[in-house]
Design a protein around this ligand. Structure first.
Ligand code: PGA
Ligand code: ZN
Length: 395
């Protein structure tokens, strides 16, 4: 894979903020682009994303010229080269967003040059055996239907109320997800007026609620009405680092109530990003039936995953490529999670582009889940449609 050129330009994300799109051209004429999403409730230990303007400059003036006429044996070689060029642990010199854009563009170009689907190349690179999937042969959809916290202007402390269809195919999961999402919209409009259907950052509804539990109360009624109770599980991302005046004791009591009353199977970031111990206590108590996942806690960073493992903090991990900043390191994180026996949930960010890379990545590594927002707004729909395409055509 000999590189002819790598260039970048600024593009907008789904919040109208600048991010970066990189385009790579190989000597053999193959061309591919990749763009990078951006979080809002970011973890403090994420690799450093620089402003788009600096990233575009770094790609056009530093990374691009260094890659010109270079040949790389594989993805790992390219990513190692980029990391060395940056030379810092946090990628603060060139920007994790610059490195990831280059990394994904190269991966995509490689898939095109080899004429294989992107997810298949990811699977080949991952070295992860498909048998580690579990019973379902595709990632379950983690659909964020009610937005709160930093992703909405309402009164919810928790950031994401998730529905997780339990279906044999992606197509059926999407159908169940869409039916629930529409049903919820109608129920909210009826209970709270039409304004209740306005959307938050990830396409979920974002009205005010009586309390942090009410969304699940309504969701359960919607599932019952649509006769989908057996086809959908519930979960949440508390994103607790961003909850004002968070109190771990009170939070813990709320989770107990939610698990008992609504049968939640998944809780992400239940406590602040340094509170490994409260995570561990919750995991110890409920870990057999509930997935306790770390996002800001571990930020797709193997070193933080090691600590969470040593302390018994989680039994699941959120995987976000832009938290660590290269394809190879993201694959390392997945491999580490599998070694620990954790569930793997790949995730988009709240500020997205139309790039559907995470859909290929989730499918490729045989993730247990893909967190992809509500079935609304183009940047979320791009991931749904890509998963459907993979299932339908295998490519
Ligand atoms: P972010 O939120 O993309 O704004 O960081 C997503 C999440 O916390 O899972
Ligand atoms: Zn999260």
């Amino acid at each position: 894979m000999k590189i002819k050129s790598l260039t970048a330009r600024p593009i907008l994300d789904s919040r109208g903020q600048w991010t970066v799109e990189a385009t790579i051209t190989l000597k053999n004429g193959v061309r591919a682009t990749a763009s990078v999403p951006q979080g809002k409730s970011t973890g403090a230990s994420e690799a450093v994303a620089l402003p788009a303007i600096a990233v575009v400059r770094n790609i056009n003036n530093i990374i691009g010229p260094k890659l010109r006429n270079k040949e790389f044996e594989d993805q790992a070689a390219l990513d190692a080269f980029l990391n060395e060029l940056d030379g810092t642990f946090t990628k603060k010199k060139l920007g994790a967003n610059a490195i990831l854009a280059a990394s994904v563009a190269f991966l995509r170009a490689t898939a095109l040059a080899k004429d294989i689907p992107l997810w298949r190349l990811i699977r080949a690179n991952s070295g992860i055996t498909v048998s580690s999937y579990g019973a379902l042969a595709h990632p379950r959809l983690f659909i964020n239907v009610v937005n709160g916290g930093l992703h909405a202007g309402n009164n919810l402390d928790f950031q994401e109320y998730l529905i997780i269809p339990k279906c044999r195919t992606i197509k059926e999961s999407v159908e169940v997800g869409v039916a629930m999402y529409r049903g919820l919209g109608e129920a909210l409009a009826q209970a709270k007026g039409r304004g209740a259907k306005n959307l938050g950052d990830e396409g979920g509804y974002a009205p005010n609620f009586k309390d942090n539990l009410e969304p699940f109360h309504i969701l359960r009624a919607v599932a019952k009405k649509l006769k989908l109770t057996k086809k959908v599980d519930f979960g949440m991302d508390a994103a607790a680092t961003d909850i004002k005046k968070a109190d771990s004791k009170r939070l813990r009591a709320t989770y107990e109530k939610l698990i008992k009353q609504y049968g939640l199977i998944y809780i992400e970031d239940p406590f602040g990003e340094e509170d490994f111990l409260s995570f561990a206590a919750l995991n110890m108590h409920f870990g057999k039936k509930v997935r306790i996942a770390g996002d800001d806690l571990m930020t797709t960073n193997v070193r933080r995953m090691e600590r969470a493992h040593a302390e018994g903090s989680v039994n699941a991990v959120i995987i976000k490529p832009n938290q660590i900043g290269s394809v190879t390191e993201t694959l390392d994180a997945v491999r580490t999670a599998r070694k620990y026996g954790w569930a793997v949930i790949v995730s988009h960010r709240s500020g997205e582009t139309n790039d559907s890379f995470v859909a290929d990545f989730a499918y490729g590594v045989g993730a247990d889940g893909l967190k992809l927002g509500a079935p609304a707004r183009g940047e979320r729909i791009a991931k749904y449609n890509r998963l459907l395409e993979i299932e339908q055509n295998g490519k």
